[in-house]
Design a protein around this ligand. Structure first.
Ligand SMILES: NC(=O)c1ccc[n+]([C@@H]2O[C@H](COP(=O)([O-])OP(=O)(O)OC[C@H]3O[C@@H](n4cnc5c(N)ncnc54)[C@H](OP(=O)(O)O)[C@@H]3O)[C@@H](O)[C@H]2O)c1
Length: 251
């Protein structure tokens, strides 16, 4: 991807053991960028790093990163900033405990909030000054259609993603002033570990399709995209169902 001048592009991929993140790393490396894979599963990320660098000849680093350890995020962001001439950020990490399990154990609600909201805000907060200093670049964040409306079967996860969406609106306004785009990606269903074995899945996107849609959206500096695009229509209908009906629906 072209950046300002001749600077070498790097994508920092947060939550790099997600299959969407793995696919995204491959896609951006094929496109000519270096990659920093960051997450908890070092073995998985080393495997991805070897695969991507052999296929594409690009430099792929691996960094340890835990979204639930905000105290470590300042040093992590400084390290990532130093490794890249020109940094772009793809945030893929997330956690979706089943709502019924959350109802029985508040610790799971805390985890969903800590990963999907606090962890994302914490690391983006620490990365923002590096991006501002560059005066260009992209931030792409995997949120969810679940943030568009609180549902009986997914409302804690959905509320964390809704909070994230609002944070990203503000971050977009801040970074826009320095030439950096912020794209909120709202996937419907993707075929990943998170959805493995779940009932009621339909119109499921592959990790590769989702990764390509994310890169395309970054290039176009889109604000918010639904992946696949037709989820925009589905969520428009869902958002407009009157509350007195919606509260009775078993979704
Ligand atoms: N799959 C879907 O249908 C769907 C739909 C809408 C939105 N999304 C969103 O898309 C993103 C990718 O999800 P996915 O479907 O690829 O699910 P996934 O395979 O479960 O991936 C989630 C990723 O988050 C990482 N993660 C969890 N807790 C972490 C922590 N404390 N610190 C660092 N990394 C952590 C996991 O790392 P470990 O391997 O270390 O656990 C894993 O790499 C998530 O933000 C999810 O909310 C997914």
């Amino acid at each position: 991807m072209a950046g300002r001048g001749e600077q070498r592009q790097t994508w920092l991929v947060l939550g790099a053991s997600s299959s969407v993140a793995r696919a995204f790393a491959r896609v951006v490396a094929e496109d000519g960028a270096d990659v920093i894979l960051a997450g908890r599963d070092m073995d998985d990320m080393r495997g991805t790093a070897g695969d991507v660098s052999i296929r594409t000849g690009r430099k792929v680093d691996v960094l340890s990163f835990d979204a639930e350890d905000p105290a470590g995020h300042e040093a992590f962001a400084a390290d990532a900033g130093k490794r890249a001439e020109f940094l772009n950020v793809f945030l893929a990490f997330g956690a979706m405990p089943e709502q019924e399990e959350i109802d029985a154990d508040f610790a799971l609600a805390e985890r969903a909030i800590a990963v999907n909201y606090t962890g994302a805000v914490s690391v983006l907060h620490r990365l923002a000054p590096h991006l501002e200093a560059q005066g260009d670049g992209h931030v792409v964040v995997l949120s969810s259609v679940a943030g568009d409306r609180g549902r009986l079967k997914n409302y804690v996860y959905g509320s964390a993603k809704a909070g994230l969406n609002t944070y990203l609106q503000g971050l977009r306004a801040r970074l826009f002033r320095k030439g950096v785009s912020v794209t909120t990606v709202k996937p419907g269903f993707m075929d990943t570990d998170m959805t493995w074995g779940l009932d009621g899945m339909f119109l499921v996107a592959s990790p590769e399709q989702a990764a390509r849609a994310c890169l395309k959206a970054a290039r176009k500096r889109r604000h918010v995209v639904y992946v696949p695009f037709f989820w925009w229509g589905i969520m428009t209908i869902i958002r407009h169902i009157p509350e007195f009906i919606f509260k009775k629906m078993n979704i």
